[in-house]
Design a protein around this ligand. Sequence first.
Ligand code: 5GP
Ligand code: ZN
Length: 136
Amino acid sequence: MMDDNCIFCKIANGQIPSKTIYEDERFRVILDLGPAARGHALILPKDHYANLFELPDDVAAEAMKLAKKLGAQMKQNLNADGFNLVQNNGECAGQTVFHFHLHLIPRYADDGQKIGWKPGKPSDEELEETKNAIIG
Ligand code: 5GP
Ligand code: ZN
């Protein structure tokens, strides 16, 4: 199902042109207009799901298989040295377009990018408490 107000629905379904590197009946994979590095692409399902938690399991599985296949192709054909998969959910996590997408980011030894976080320093008690909170 498409959402008429969603730009990625329009791109995924071909109503807005894009640099498409792969397409099948469920997905379109496009080059990101603001790439972190050469080849940065986005896997878009053609149906609208706002985020990972709305994504049906079979679509999630297919997206990951596609990431593996295209990632290998990009590494080979672009001579990448490494590869990041990034997937943001929610504004505070950096999501800016609320249609599920998986970032495929080829990395190069000299690309000058940083994809990461500032590591915390939890005590063993804090880690124990967090572990228990997650398990519930
Ligand atoms: P997010 O921050 O939601 O995880 O990622 C959104 C990504 O979509 C960004 O990397 C941004 O550059 C890209 N983007 C936003 N609008 C467009 C667009 O119209 N076309 C393409 N190809 N990429 C877009
Ligand atoms: Zn959408």
